[in-house]
Design a protein around this ligand. Structure first.
Ligand code: ZN
Ligand code: ZN
Length: 384
């Protein structure tokens, strides 16, 4: 709550221009009012990392006039002293017996000159808040604000890219220490607990997820942790990520073989996977579409005859959320732009036996791609 954003060498993380840009995009789209409640959209536009609860906190951005923040009176001093206050956002504080939805509706209506009809709410808003807004504006139809907010959030500023690079380096340091924990005879849960502690030690403030998929569990891409004991010769998919102090996320997968060499066929299809991940990464540049990046990975795996075992999209955008736009998937014809950051994470999964995935976070640059993760993409052999 109220986290101060440390200044970055590449400029401020949050600027008032973002809110104004959101207002402009909304106006062009014919949306009268944006309403963003606690979550990443609010944090992105205002710098306010608000705690979600039943009391209404909302950034309201009318198509015309100044944006304003509706906040509970007891939190107003904290909000004013934080990043939202330094941006100069107007604060409307409400008392415990006030109706905050009426306050929001009346203020927005006054700025617009008439009641808004198209009102867009953040995709991850709580239903009680979204429906409260609608009740206060009975003539309005609610829609999702993603087309407006994602348009901005998808393209990272230099300061945001540096935050993602710091997060990437932090998660790389965790992977580099894997031999300390991932050993034959330990359970996935034990390994996962050690990894979670290291995610914090190496520079995150929170753990988002720890996937340790050993042996057959590796064939389930979103398997988390279980009581299964790591066996000699197991392939182990380790997909881990955390949140840094500024809210930016890491997400990186490496596949390990523990206490023995992989079977001959594993080396063969793992090489296909690695080639697919390289081809997909190398395809990233401005103008290439999101689905082209997916196809670049899929083509390599399909051509080698393993296509039916690559059962998910190639990647997802990352920023203040681990999964956000742009999604790297067939059907997404969005052309890449410099500043877009996303994962490239093809996998091959053999049900009942094992799986492998290689995941890096990459950024589209002016003329190509920057990889925010390092470390070996080969199958990493650990002594066991
Ligand atoms: Zn991941
Ligand atoms: Zn991912």
């Amino acid at each position: 709550m109220g986290t101060e954003t440390p200044p970055a060498a590449s400029g401020p993380l949050v600027t008032i221009e973002r809110v104004h840009a959101a207002r402009e995009i909304a106006a062009e789209a014919g949306i009268d009012l944006l309403v963003l409640t606690p979550g990443s959209d609010l944090r992105y536009l205002s710098g306010y990392h608000a705690h979600a609860m039943e009391r209404l906190t909302a950034l309201a951005v009318p198509r015309q006039g100044e944006p304003f923040l509706v906040v509970p009176r007891l939190e107003a001093p904290m909000v004013d002293a934080g990043p939202a206050g330094s941006l100069g956002l107007e604060l409307l504080a409400w008392d415990e017996t006030d109706d905050p939805f009426a306050l929001l509706a009346e203020t927005a209506t006054a700025r617009l000159g008439s009641a808004p009809t198209r009102v867009a709410v953040g995709a991850r808003s709580w239903a009680e808040h979204a429906l409260g807004v609608q009740r206060a504006l009975p003539g309005s139809a609610l829609e999702i604000a993603s087309p407006v907010v994602d348009r901005l959030r998808m393209v990272k500023s230099p300061a945001e890219i540096e935050e993602l690079a710091l997060a990437g380096a932090a998660i790389d340091r965790v992977h580099a220490r894997m031999a300390e924990w991932l050993r034959v005879g330990r359970t996935e849960a034990e390994v996962g607990a050690d990894i979670a502690a290291a995610i914090i030690e190496e520079g995150h403030t929170g753990v988002d997820f720890t996937i340790v998929g050993s042996g057959p569990n590796g064939a389930s891409p979103h398997h988390e942790l279980s009581g299964r004991t790591v066996q000699a010769g197991d392939l182990v998919v380790v997909d881990i990520g955390g949140e840094t102090a500024t809210g930016y996320r890491s997400d990186c997968t490496r596949t390990y073989v523990v206490g023995g060499s992989p079977a001959a066929d594993v080396a063969e299809w793992y090489a296909v996977l690695q080639a697919a991940q390289e081809a997909s990464t190398a395809s990233v540049r401005p103008g290439v579409t999101a689905e082209d990046v997916d196809a670049a990975a899929r083509r390599v795996i399909d051509d080698a005859g393993w296509g039916e075992h690559f059962i998910h999209r190639t990647g997802h955008g990352i920023g203040l959320d681990t999964h956000e736009a742009p999604y790297i998937v067939a059907g997404n014809e969005l052309p890449l732009e410099p500043g877009m950051a996303f994962s490239v994470e093809p996998g091959i999964y053999l049900a009942g036996r094992c799986g492998a995935r290689i995941e890096d976070i990459v950024v589209c640059t002016d003329d190509g791609v920057r990889n925010l993760n390092g470390g070996p993409r080969e199958l990493v052999e650990l002594p066991g």
